[in-house]
Design a binder for this molecule. Structure first.
Ligand SMILES: Nc1ncnc2c1ncn2[C@@H]1O[C@H](COP(=O)(O)OP(=O)(O)OP(=O)(O)O)[C@@H](O)[C@H]1O
Ligand SMILES: [Mg+2]
Length: 404
């Protein structure tokens, strides 16, 4: 016997409840009829029911609510509304959906297959609608342990150098502790772009088309998805939406550069509250989803030690292409010693250095400009440009970039 928790509009509810009782009494029973999403979530989290049958147009429904239901109930079937000449309503990526007007026998069959023991694991249920044929850009996560090693500065300049080299690039501020890219880029209107993207992803309305409206063009070839603006807004960056955001962004550009902040710890897991927001979800999901992780450290023993201590966490997140950049190198820094120390202790594909140049960086910061403008011929700009070119999706001839 399969216990069904039902949340549907009045007439659908009556029809389904009566049909199930009349024709499927031995296999299915409706154990709860919920008035709204909040009641459904409460019932499911109390452990009631084997499968949820819910109208996907119920107020407040989004991917977050669905993923929570899937985690606790294990099986969810969505009722969708299809009408002649009207685009099909969203399925929010749910695998099991049935038309709200379908005969009860059909609804019963979908409920049974969704609740069957060989139903797929949670992650497989909520899909991000990837189109296997669509071109997919590379995701570069610029990360670094605490201590302001220069993540934001490098993320902004690498993205800009990539754009100058002709690579269509999106730069994302995903630092939920200290968003800073808007200031570095001199963007006055700091709308919380990442919050908007997560919301749209949760409602299943984020696609390559809508990205255009929340990711403005900053320079030719460079678009910018701003962060959360005020740090206190971090709870609005929903963990279950982020993978969808990365996916849509990489379908929108050849290169996505993410300023991933510093903290990769698993936030305290409140297992009874799976809807709990997680402040580090943006960093961890970006690092886990990235094709390449650029770990930024400064050239001092404290920073290098912090980097080495994060090696285990990077492995846990299954980072395969890890590159290290030692930033702010200046005499008497033993650059060679740092290089061999890192190479001995970490499995890195490449390690590079960027010189310390406070004067140029300070000028860039005060003017809201990037290195190509603040110091086009400086060694620091050249180093960052070479680093950017080495990270590009396709090898780009240095000659294609403006002369340094
Ligand atoms: N190569 C460099 N030479 C001189 N100054 C630099 C260099 N790189 C970064 N800086 C400066 O270091 C400071 C910190 O840089 P940035 O904000 O990029 O670090 P972060 O790692 O993003 O820090 P946060 O923890 O605030 O996010 C800034 O003032 C920046 O201008
Ligand atoms: Mg920063």
């Amino acid at each position: 016997m399969i216990d069904v928790v039902l949340c549907a509009s009045g007439s659908d509810e009556v029809r389904i409840v009566h049909g199930v009782a009349r024709d499927h009494a031995g296999e299915l029973r409706v154990v709860r009829r919920c008035a709204d999403l909040a009641e459904t979530l409460a019932v499911v989290s109390a452990g009631v029911g084997d499968v949820v049958l819910i109208d996907l147009e119920v107020r407040g429904m989004d991917r977050e609510a669905l993923s929570d239901m899937l985690r606790t109930a294990g099986a969810v079937v969505g009722l969708v509304h299809r009408a002649e000449g009207v685009p099909t309503s969203t399925t929010l990526g749910l695998r099991h959906v049935v038309d709200a007007t379908a005969p009860v026998a059909e609804v019963a069959a979908v409920l049974q297959s969704a609740a069957s023991p060989d139903a797929r694991a949670i992650e497989d249920w909520v899909q991000t609608r990837p189109d296997p044929h669509a071109p997919r850009g590379r995701l570069l996560a610029v990360w670094g342990a605490a201590g302001a090693p220069g993540r934001s500065t490098l993320a902004a300049n690498i993205a800009h150098e990539a754009a100058l080299a002709g690579v269509d690039t999106i730069l994302v501020d995903a630092d939920t502790y200290g968003p800073a890219l808007a200031q570095i880029l001199g963007v006055v209107d700091d709308a919380p772009g990442l919050v908007a993207a997560c919301r749209a992803s949760a409602r299943d309305t984020l696609d390559v088309g809508t990205v255009a409206s929340i990711v403005p063009v900053l320079h030719p070839g460079l678009r910018f998805l701003s962060g959360i603006g005020v740090p206190a807004r971090w709870p609005e960056v929903r963990p279950s939406s982020l993978d969808g955001v990365w996916e849509v962004l990489r379908r929108s550009a050849a290169l996505v550069v993410v300023d991933a902040g510093s903290c990769l710890e698993e936030d305290e897991e409140l297992s009874y509250d799976t809807m709990a927001p997680r402040r580090n979800a943006a960093s961890t999901s970006a690092v886990a989803a990235a094709d390449t992780v650029l770990a930024v450290t400064t050239a001092d023993p404290v920073a290098i030690t912090r980097l080495l201590r994060e090696d285990e966490r990077l492995r846990e997140l299954e980072v395969t292409d890890l590159r290290v950049v030692v930033n702010r190198v200046a005499p008497p820094t033993p650059a060679d010693r740092i290089r061999s120390l890192v190479l001995e202790r970490m499995d890195v594909r490449a390690i590079s250095t960027v010189p310390d140049d406070p004067a140029t960086l300070r000028r860039a910061c005060w003017d809201g400009t990037l290195l190509s403008e603040a110091g086009p011929r400086t060694p620091v700009r050249r180093a960052v440009r070479d680093l950017a070119l080495s990270l590009l999706p396709e090898p780009v001839a240095v000659a294609g970039a403006p002369a340094g």
